[in-house]
Write a protein that binds this ligand. Structure first.
Ligand code: SOE
Length: 384
């Protein structure tokens, strides 16, 4: 077999997303064989030297640094993977693009549409590949939903309704972390969770033309992480709800909250069409519920199909396990980063199955419109 080339990865961040992406880069050749290239974990960046040095060892990087500028100009780095908090997305990504690196950046692309547009413009002018890491596009069940819609099995689409619910900050004594501060996060569950369901809405149904939303902060102050005896102001929303109007005439609802007590990572959507419906629940990510209006007279057997999406005929499954041996949340990152690697090595388009920086920008524009609607009390036409 001819030698498989290697490709250098530079990672920004070692926390939740840095860990899930590092795991994914390492596992691509285990499942996708032969891979487009073998990812070589060159360098990882983090602010705290002790922590990033440990991450280098744990995740298997060749070196570490506490200066992200070293990563974006490292000649061994061909792909920059930005897993830092939202306020650190724009500058390193643009600098890496200008240095000729391919760039994948976690969602949301930026804190707001203004920042995201600068990133999109930089990507559009460059010859490198860029991707915004909306990993739920790479769940086998979601990709099966996409296939069902592409084949027109549901006919004209009337509704898309989605909720992304968590409950990790219901305790008023949960500290003021970066996700609760506008200067670092840009927004609360709107950008963090709402961005996922907005991206899925665009991926599965189409462009969003207008929104009407309400955002609310329930707990105004929280203990400081560095000194729990002091309290700081929460400067983002704790939850939002919005109605959406699609350009193709469909209408729907979006909701995200970190106060949905008992919901841990409850990302659910339902799509209703003239010929049937689809339901997905991330907490049961190997399953897809499908209802098709049967053309025959035996209406008494019409009903929902519960599909276990683990057959070889289903998206991605052939590289994993035999039917019924379900996969997990982390495999969506392996699928996603393999796609990006394939696009880079074989010069393929990142779109339409992965999110581009334009998708990341359009998602931020919808988030901004929902916040504007909440602040003004008016319906907002989404401006791109
Ligand atoms: C935290 O809310 C979080 O890690 C999000 O940032 C991720 O995008 C989501 O997939 C899981 O929850």
């Amino acid at each position: 077999m001819s030698k498989i080339s290697e490709i250098g990865i530079g990672m920004l961040g070692y926390a939740f997303m840095g860990k899930s992406h590092s795991h994914a880069w390492r596992d691509i050749p285990l499942f996708f064989w032969p891979p487009p290239a073998i990812p070589k974990l060159v360098v990882i960046y983090g602010r705290r030297e002790s922590a990033v040095k440990e991450a280098m060892i744990r995740y298997g990087y060749k070196k570490y640094t506490t200066d992200w500028r070293e990563v974006v100009k490292d000649p061994e780095v061909e792909i920059l993977d930005n897993c830092l908090p939202n306020y650190m997305h724009k500058e390193p990504c643009i600098e890496a693009i200008e240095n000729g690196k391919h760039v994948v950046c976690e969602k949301p692309l930026a804190r707001d549409a203004k920042e995201a547009k600068e990133m999109y413009e930089a990507a559009r002018k460059a010859r490198v590949k860029t991707m915004c890491a909306f990993n739920y596009r790479f769940v086998p069940a979601v990709r099966l939903a996409k296939k069902i819609l592409e084949e027109g099995l549901l006919g004209r689409i009337y509704h898309f309704r989605a909720r992304y619910l968590q409950d990790w900050i219901v305790d008023p004594n949960f500290p003021l972390v970066w996700r609760l501060q506008k200067e670092y996060a840009g927004s609360g569950p709107l950008g963090d969770l709402g961005s996922h369901i907005i991206d899925l809405a665009r991926f599965l149904v189409g462009e969003i033309a207008a929104v009407t939303g309400v955002a609310r902060t329930f707990i105004e102050e929280r203990p400081l992480l560095e000194d729990p005896t002091k309290r700081g102001k929460v400067t983002v929303e704790d939850a939002f709800t919005a109605t959406v109007e699609f350009e193709n005439g469909a209408i729907g609802t979006l909701e995200a909250s970190r106060f949905a007590t008992g919901k841990k990572n409850y990302n659910v959507f339902e799509i209703n069409g003239e010929k049937g419906s689809i339901e997905f629940n991330l907490e049961r990510l190997n399953e897809l519920r499908v209802y098709l209006v049967e053309p025959d007279e035996r209406k008494y057997i019409e009903g929902w199909r519960e599909i276990l999406v683990t057959e070889k005929v289903h998206p991605f499954i052939e590289v994993y396990w035999p039917p019924g041996h379900i996969i997990g949340w982390e495999h969506t990152f392996i699928n996603e980063l393999h796609h990006f690697l394939d696009c880079i090595v074989n010069d393929k388009d990142v779109a339409p199955y992965a999110a581009t920086f334009e998708d990341g920008y359009r998602c931020c524009a919808v988030c901004d419109a929902i916040l504007e609607s909440s602040n003004t009390g008016r319906r907002v036409i989404v401006e791109y």
